[in-house]
Design a protein around this ligand. Structure first.
Ligand code: C5P
Length: 395
C-alpha cells in the first residue's frame, strides 16, 4: 500500500481519472489528486474530489496565506506520483526542469517515484521532441506506462499510438513499480492452465482450469524482479506483459516447451492442470457421428514434473496437488515421488476456491516437513506466499 498522488493533465483521458482513483483506493492505497487548469476543462473538480475522497490540489490552492506551499507538501507526502493522463507539454516541462505550474513544480520538488501515462495524438507522441523528453525522463529514473495503440480521442484521428493505458493496467504497472525487488534475477519457469488432448480436430479432453493461479505466480514474480517464462495451456486470460509467454495446447507440447527452457531455469512452478491421459490416437479428420456406444482408448501422458524432479540439479521445484478428499498424505507422497521442494495442496470441491475462481485456499507442504495452512485469500496473495518460500529456499 502506498501514498499515491495522481496528477491529471489536460486531455480527453482525464475522464478516466475518477475510475483510476477509485481503483487505487479499492486496492488500499492512500490517494491525493492534483489537476491542471486544462484538466479541469475535461473533468470537474467535484468528480475528482469524490473519487479521491478528498480535496483536489489546483493551481489556485498552490500558495497559501500561511506560507505553506502545496508543491513541497505534495512532493514530500507522495511515495509515487502517477501523471495520468500525461500530456506532451507536462512531459516536456519535467524533462527540462521547468517549474512554472503546480504539477511541474511538484515533480521538481523531489517527488520520489514518478510514472507517466502519456495520452496524446500519435504525431505528438512520435515527434522527436516528445521522444527525446521521454528518454530524458527515463534517464532520470521515471517510468513510462504506455501509451497503447488504439482509438484516439480527437475528431477524425482514427487509431494510432497515443492512447492512455486503461486504469486497471495503470494500477497493475504502478504496483509492479512499487513492489520490493526481492526476487531480482531469479529465472523462473511457470506453467499454467489446462491442456487439451485432441481426439480429432474438433474434440478434445480437458479440464476447467482457468490458468489464474499460474498467471498470478508469474505476474507476482515479475513484479518482484524475476525473469519469467510462462508456458500456458489455452486460457481466456490476456498475455501478461513483461515476460515471455509460450502458448501450448497438449501435454506433449507443454512438456517440450518446459524441457526446452529447463536448463535456463533456476526454479519451476508447475501450476498447470496437465491432463493425465490422452487419446491413443488423434484422427486427422473429424470423425463422423455414429449412433452407437463408442470406446475411447487412452494412454498416460508423461508426468512433466516428475521428469523435472529426476534431473533437478539444484533447482527449486514447486508443484500443485488438486484433491477432492483430505489430501494431505497424497500431497506428501507427491512431494516425495516427484522430488519437489514445495507442494501447494488445494481442493476441487470447496466453495469459492480452486478451479476458475479468484480465490484459493491452500496448504503448503515443504520438503523439510513444514506444513503451512493458509487462510482463503486472493490467488495473487497465495502466489506471493509461495514466492516468499521460493526466496527462502533460494537462500
Ligand atoms: O500427480 P498430480 O497430477 O496430482 O500432480 C500434480 C502436479 O504435477 C502439478 O504440479 C502438475 O502441474 C504436475 N503434473 C505434471 N505432468 C502431468 C501431471 C501433473 O507435471 N502429466
Amino acid at each position: 500500500m502506498a501514498r499515491v498522488l495522481v496528477a491529471v493533465a489536460g486531455g480527453a483521458a482525464a475522464l478516466k481519472a475518477p475510475h483510476l482513483l477509485r481503483l487505487l483506493r479499492a486496492r488500499g492505497h492512500e490517494v491525493r489528486v492534483l489537476a491542471t487548469p486544462r484538466a479541469l476543462e475535461f473533468i470537474t473538480p467535484l468528480s475528482l474530489a469524490v473519487a479521491a475522497g478528498g480535496e483536489v490540489a489546483t493551481e489556485e490552492a498552490w500558495f497559501r496565506p500561511d506560507g505553506r506551499a502545496l508543491h513541497i507538501e505534495l512532493a514530500r507526502w507522495a511515495e509515487a506520483v502517477l501523471v495520468a493522463p500525461a500530456t506532451a507539454d507536462a512531459m516536456a516541462k519535467a524533462a527540462l526542469g521547468l517549474a512554472d505550474d503546480l504539477l511541474s513544480a511538484t515533480l521538481l520538488a523531489g517527488a520520489k517515484r514518478v510514472a507517466w501515462a502519456p495520452a496524446m495524438n500519435e504525431a505528438m507522441w512520435l515527434s522527436p521532441q516528445t521522444q527525446a523528453h521521454a528518454e530524458r525522463l527515463k534517464a532520470l529514473g521515471h517510468a513510462l506506462f504506455g501509451p497503447a495503440y488504439g482509438p484516439l480521442a480527437a475528431a477524425g484521428e482514427g487509431e494510432g499510438w497515443g492512447r492512455m493505458l486503461e486504469p486497471e493496467e495503470l494500477v497493475e504497472r504502478l504496483e509492479a513499480l512499487l513492489a520490493p525487488k526481492d526476487l531480482k534475477g531469479l529465472r523462473l519457469l511457470v506453467s499454467a492452465g489446462p491442456t487439451r488432448e485432441y481426439l480429432d480436430p474438433v474434440r478434445f479432453l480437458s479440464n476447467p482450469s482457468s490458468g489464474r493461479m499460474g498467471y498470478a505466480v508469474a505476474e507476482a514474480a515479475r513484479d518482484r524482479g524475476a525473469e519469467v517464462v510462462l508456458v500456458s495451456g489455452p486460457t481466456a486470460l490476456p498475455d501478461p506483459w513483461g515476460m515471455e509467454v509460450v502458448q501450448v495446447e497438449s501435454a506433449l507440447e507443454m512438456r517440450q516447451a518446459i524441457l526446452d527452457r529447463y536448463p535456463w531455469a533456476e526454479a519451476v512452478v508447475m501450476a498447470a492442470a496437465v491432463a493425465d491421459y490422452r487419446p491413443a490416437e488423434t484422427l486427422k479428420e473429424k470423425e463422423p457421428k455414429v449412433e452407437a456406444e463408442r470406446l475411447l482408448r487412452l494412454v498416460p501422458n508423461p508426468d512433466i514434473l516428475k521428469e523435472l524432479g529426476e534431473r533437478k540439479e539444484g533447482r527449486i521445484l514447486v508443484g500443485f496437488a488438486m484433491e477432492t478428499g483430505e489430501g494431505l498424505e497424497r500431497a506428501r507422497e507427491k512431494l516425495r515421488r516427484k522430488n519437489l521442494d514445495l507442494i501447494a495442496l488445494n481442493w476441487v470441491n470447496r466453495e469459492g476456491v480452486g478451479f476458475g475462481s479468484l480465490e484459493n485456499q491452500v496448504v503448503l507442504l515443504l520438503r523439510d516437513g513444514r506444513v503451512l495452512e493458509l487462510p482463503r485469500m486472493r490467488k495473487r496473495e497465495v502466489a506471493e506466499r509461495i514466492l516468499d518460500l521460493v526466496k527462502e529456499l533460494r537462500g
